[in-house]
Every structure is written in structure tokens, then in C-alpha cells.
Design a protein around this ligand. Structure first.
Ligand code: R5P
Length: 287
């Protein structure tokens, strides 16, 4: 089996290829003077292909579509499209009349040239329903729990109620307490975290979230937990966007980490094994 990754997911693609023992193919990607992308795959392709590409930032979406096209042109029989970070997933419904449902638009375009889809910690599980092809929603719980165990985390906290289940799953894997904080978003980058009656005094606390974007949520949560006497504060997310002052905001915690769904120097955790399990599941289903 061949594993091909776009420029958004080169490190992760290589890791996945190593684990599955498949050929790792690096496509030729360049930019025309007008900014348009050029994609070429020089290797012979046949059978099942795994294509890995996060759809962030915007240009990587176009690259994904061109890669799918090039793979079909090269003779790929079945394409498993793995989108480690599914950009545009946060607009998964209309909040105002007339809006595009961005997550749905993405799903429909991705599946045009896909035989199966794999996403990791999607903003909402319901995004799967827009795929007519088999679509797996995988979670980074296991590698995040492993990382936090090594850090000696004693409490796992979700910064909001929505992430409570994620915090619970991580905590249960390392057998520690879990809870959530109440969060109110006042505007795009203003978040207020209301105190919760948590017994975090003297404890090493891990804040676990799906996304760190501006880092505002983590900074507020860290301030709150620090006030309550947490001895150490760790912040871990699946998708580390780290936009604007995010890295400055991370100074509020003792350590922070993200997975490699978005590749950066902060990708200290890999989801490669998680993705490989998903690939196996799909292949078993097809065999
Ligand atoms: C919200 O629903 C998400 O789970 C994250 O808490 C949010 O996207 C983080 O954003 P920021 O880092 O900008 O506070």
C-alpha cells in the first residue's frame, strides 16, 4: 500500500507509512508565479492509496483536491483520504440565515475522489453524516493520555462542558480525576471562565482541549486553576493552530503540547498509530 502525504502532513505521513510498512510517496508540489498550485506524482500507483493532508491553511485544501486528482490519474483504485485536522469544521450548522455550512461543503468535496475518509477529533461527530462513503472519526485520546501520564498529571480538566467526555476518556486511561470549567465566550477572542469548585490545590493539572487557536481559552483556564492552587498546569490539544498571541498565552502554563495533526514545533504527540488503526479497520471492512 502506498502512503502519500501533502505538504501539510509530511511528518505524519512518513510516520504512518513506517508503521504500515507501505511505500511513502512525496508528491511534487510547487507554485506558479500567479500563486496557483502545481501537483505531480512521479511514482507508479495501483491498488489502495492512503492520502494524508490536513486542510489548513486554505491552500492545503486545494492541494488535497489536486493530489486526489493526480492519484486517480496515476491509477489509484481506492483512495483513503485522511484529514488529520479538518479545517472549516467549526461551521457545522447555520448560526444565521443564509450561511454556508462549511463542514458540509468540505465533506462533499473531499469525498468526490475518496473511497473512505478518516478524520481525527472532528469538531462534531455529526460531520460524518455528510459523507456517503465510509467515514471514521478517530480520537487522539490514547497518545494524549500517554503523554500526560509521563508528565505525572493528577487531574484532567476540560475548559468547557462540551469537552468533558474527552477529558473523561483521557483521565480514565491514566486513572486520575477529571472535571470541566464553565466557559463563556464574549467575542471571537474574549473568553471568561467561571470558577468551579475543583479540588486542584497542590495538584498537577492537565487542561485537555480539541483545539488551541488563539490560546485565550487555555490562558483563562490556567489563571483560574493557578488561583485555585494547582502546582503545575499542562495544556494539551489535538489540533494546535497557535494563532496570534497563542504562544504568549502559553506562558501561563508550565508545559504545552499538540499532536501532529497540524505540524509544528509543538507537535510533541503523534496520532500516527491512531490513523494506522483506522486504515486497518477500513481495509478489514473491504477484504
Ligand atoms: C471550543 O469549542 C474549542 O474546544 C476550543 O476551546 C477553542 O477553539 C479554543 O480557542 P482559543 O484557543 O482561541 O481560545
Amino acid at each position: 500500500m502506498k502512503v502519500v502525504s501533502g505538504t501539510a502532513s509530511t511528518v505524519l505521513g512518513k510516520r504512518v507509512a513506517e508503521i504500515v510498512g507501505g511505500d511513502y510517496i512525496v508528491p511534487h508540489v510547487e507554485k506558479f508565479p500567479d500563486g496557483e498550485l502545481y501537483v505531480r506524482i512521479d511514482d507508479e500507483i495501483s491498488g489502495d492509496v492512503v492520502l494524508i493532508q490536513s486542510t489548513y491553511p486554505n491552500e492545503k485544501i486545494l492541494e488535497l483536491f489536486l493530489l486526489q486528482d493526480a492519484l486517480k490519474e496515476r491509477g489509484a483504485e481506492r483512495i483513503i483520504t485522511v484529514v488529520p485536522y479538518f479545517g472549516y469544521s467549526r461551521q457545522d450548522k447555520t448560526f444565521k440565515e443564509g450561511e454556508a455550512i462549511s463542514a458540509r461543503a468540505m465533506a462533499r468535496h473531499i469525498e468526490l475522489y475518496s473511497d473512505a475518509f478518516i478524520g481525527v477529533d472532528l469538531h462534531a461527530d455529526s460531520i460524518r453524516k455528510w459523507f456517503e462513503i465510509p467515514a471514521l472519526h478517530l480520537h487522539a485520546t490514547e497518545p494524549i493520555a500517554k503523554y500526560l501520564k509521563e508528565k505525572g498529571a493528577e487531574v484532567v480538566i476540560s475548559p468547557d462542558k462540551g469537552g468533558y467526555e474527552r477529558a473523561k476518556l483521557v483521565a480514565e486511561k491514566i486513572d486520575v480525576e477529571f472535571d470541566y470549567l464553565e466557559k463563556t465566550r464574549l467575542s471571537g477572542n474574549m473568553v471568561v471562565i467561571k470558577p468551579k469548585n475543583l479540588d486542584v490545590s497542590g495538584k498537577k493539572v492537565a487542561i485537555v482541549d480539541d483545539i488551541i487557536s488563539t490560546g485565550g481559552t487555555i490562558a483563562k483556564a490556567a489563571e483560574e486553576l493557578r488561583d485555585q492552587g494547582a502546582s503545575k498546569i499542562y495544556a494539551v490539544c489535538t489540533h494546535g493552530l497557535f494563532i496570534g498571541h497563542a504562544i504568549e498565552n502559553m506562558k501561563k502554563v508550565d508545559d504545552f503540547a499538540a499532536t501532529d495533526t497540524i505540524e509544528s514545533e509543538y507537535s510533541k504527540i503523534t496520532v500516527a498509530e491512531v490513523i494506522v488503526e483506522g486504515i486497518k479497520e477500513l481495509r478489514d471492512m473491504w477484504s
